[in-house]
Design a protein. Structure first.
Length: 323
């Protein structure tokens, strides 16, 4: 088989890099000094990109430099790092990694929620600092009796809802449409959902349509017992409004896996005792990252051998080969 030239935008798990090297001529962007440094012969040869949410924007600027690009296979279910509309205009297919990480992210979300409300990391620090012998750890708030609001009831949102239903909690959701086949209460916008709940779990896709969906009025509606959990994208929450809301008691606590300017976390959040901060690890187990990487490889192979990607994103589905 010919070995198509692909650009790997950021390092992938080692086994995934090996699988890419086995089937493709894989150009490592981080070793080449960035897109502008690519020699013209390489640019002309590249027909695919293995992208990663960590690797910056894959957009028209890059597409302009790669005249023979056919497919962008993204390592991640979210693909706000890829301008999928601009890609479609050029006939370039975009794929993502749905399905293989839903359970992992949902598990982590439940863990982060419990950690935030029961103050598990703070309790761990308390023991390590030798403070238990002096005074018992202060009692925490409770998860029990809470009204859970899920902002974005896609596959991961549903996996979170199923898990929290097993905790005997009332669940409501907000999304673009009411879903007739789910047993949870529906609210048409983030503010009315927050008004009805005291836990708000953010799991909508990132991008322009959801930027600052959670703003000051939504946080005010969540209320002084309110807990915000964000496992989607930092851009969905107005980070400054969140910091102010945590500082002045508008809401009680937050558990965050994502931030506006990753990997930089605002010093104001780090300084607060009522937040639990994770370094974007929702899908971050060895097994799940391997499954995501395999799906990136399989999408590229399916495209170049059969002209048919496995998991094209919505913006690509009208393109030849994607249906
Ligand atoms: C990242 C994610 O892809 O799937 C997503 O949308 O945010 C993550 O799984 C992962 O952190 C690798 O960059």
């Amino acid at each position: 088989m010919i070995r198509p030239d692909i650009l790997v935008a950021a390092p992938m798990p080692l086994a995934v890099m090996a699988a890419l090297d086995a089937r493709f001529t894989a150009h490592r962007l981080w070793e080449l000094g960035g897109a502008d440094a690519l020699p013209p012969t390489t640019r002309d040869a590249i027909v695919g990109i293995a992208a990663n949410t960590l690797a910056g924007q894959i957009d028209s600027r890059l597409f302009d430099r790669l005249p023979h690009l056919q497919i962008v296979a993204n390592f991640g279910v979210g693909y706000d790092n890829v301008d999928a509309r601009a890609a479609a205009e050029r006939g370039v297919i975009v794929t993502n990694t749905p399905g293989v990480l839903d359970a992992e992210v949902a598990d982590l979300t439940v863990g982060l929620l419990l950690a935030t409300i029961r103050r598990i990391p703070q309790a761990d620090r308390y023991v390590r600092e030798g403070r238990w012998a002096t005074q018992p750890f202060p009692l925490s708030a409770t998860l029990q009796g809470r009204q859970i609001g899920i902002l974005g009831l896609g596959a991961i949102g549903k996996a979170i809802a199923r898990r929290l239903a097993a905790f005997d909690l009332a669940i409501a959701y907000c999304g673009r449409h009411r879903q007739p086949d789910v047993p949870y209460a529906y609210f048409p916008d983030a503010r009315s959902l927050a008004q009805a709940c005291d836990v708000l779990i953010v799991i909508v896709p990132g991008g322009d349509a959801t930027t600052h969906l959670v703003d000051r009025p939504v946080l005010t509606a969540l209320g002084p017992q309110g807990v915000l959990i964000n496992v989607s994208r930092g851009s969905v929450v107005d980070e400054e409004a969140l910091i102010a809301a945590l500082q002045d008691g508008t809401i009680a606590a937050a558990g965050l896996d994502v931030y506006v300017n990753e990997p930089h976390v605002p010093a104001a959040l780090i300084a607060m005792a009522n937040v639990v901060l994770l370094p974007h690890v929702g899908s971050g187990s060895v097994a799940t990252r391997a499954a995501m990487g395999q799906l990136v490889v399989d999408n590229l192979i399916a495209w170049f051998t059969q002209g048919k990607p496995l998991t094209p994103v919505a913006e690509s589905r009208h393109l030849p080969g994607a249906v």
